[in-house]
Design a protein. Structure first.
Length: 244
């Protein structure tokens, strides 16, 4: 921080210069996840700048998810998210995937109910306009970290009471003999909008993955049409490729 005052002539506001130098220190590994930042007063006196400037830089980095502030104990470099490596070749549920990793799974409900289907729900699920669609929208959370927002749509004839699925949609489908056996999954890049970012507890605008899954029963009938937003900073999707 000591060189900060000398470079003040460079034009950029001091708080931006400080922000950058802290960011650089994190990126270069000089300070790592969980490390405490020196106190506001220490940084201000070392860099010979005001505490207000330090506070502004630090608050920006907290908003950006680079630092975290813990009440009473100070400011720390944010813990790095353990990335989830997810196979693309098996048709599994979120609950199964996380349980296999020994993670505690939980969901927060965003929506569950019966609705008149949208045109794309009608098309994908093969519903007519006088049938209803069951929507199940959840924030999926593992070890207290929100990882994805999943919005599933199914025919109301297979899921007449969406509120009754309990913690796993696939487990509920299994009990009625509707567990899918095949799925087509499409993954595309999407920057997170403000609402999704707030739910996923990440800064708005960071990279996300939009995942659409259409899954089928053995009979070939579509059973599930799910559109999800996964955190781009939390997932690696992995598929094994073979020369055929
Ligand atoms: C995965 C899939 C979703 C599916 C869900 C079911 O996350 N991407 O398409 O609906 O699993 O998970 P669960 O059985 O835990 O509700």
């Amino acid at each position: 921080f000591a060189t900060l005052k000398q470079s003040a002539q460079s034009g950029a506001p001091l708080y931006l210069q400080l922000r950058k130098s802290i960011e650089d220190a994190v990126n270069r590994g000089l300070i790592g996840p969980g490390d405490a930042l020196p106190s506001e007063r220490d940084i201000a006196s070392k860099a010979d700048i005001s505490r207000v400037t330090v506070r502004k830089a630090v608050q920006d980095l907290v908003k950006g998810g680079i630092l975290v502030q813990r009440h009473g104990s100070g400011t720390f470099v944010a813990p790095r998210m353990e990335r989830v490596e997810q196979s693309l070749s098996r048709l599994t549920s979120f609950t199964e995937d996380m349980a296999r990793r020994g993670m505690a799974v939980r969901s927060a409900w965003l929506d569950r109910g019966l609705y008149a289907p949208s045109p794309d729900e009608m098309m994908v699920l093969g519903l007519s306009s006088n049938e209803l669609v069951a929507r199940v929208a959840r924030l999926r959370i593992a070890n207290d970290t929100p990882l994805a927002i999943e919005r599933a749509a199914l025919s109301a004839s297979v899921l007449p009471d969406p509120a009754a699925i309990g913690s796993s949609l696939y487990a509920a489908l299994e009990t009625t003999g509707h567990r899918p056996v095949r799925a087509v999954q499409r993954i595309s890049a999407a920057n997170l909008g403000d609402d999704d970012a707030r739910l996923l507890e990440v800064p708005p605008g960071i990279a996300g993955l939009h995942i659409e899954r259409i899954s089928y029963l053995a009979s070939g009938k579509v059973i599930e049409f799910t559109r999800s937003i996964y955190r781009g900073d939390a997932y690696d999707f992995v598929a094994e490729l073979r020369l055929s």
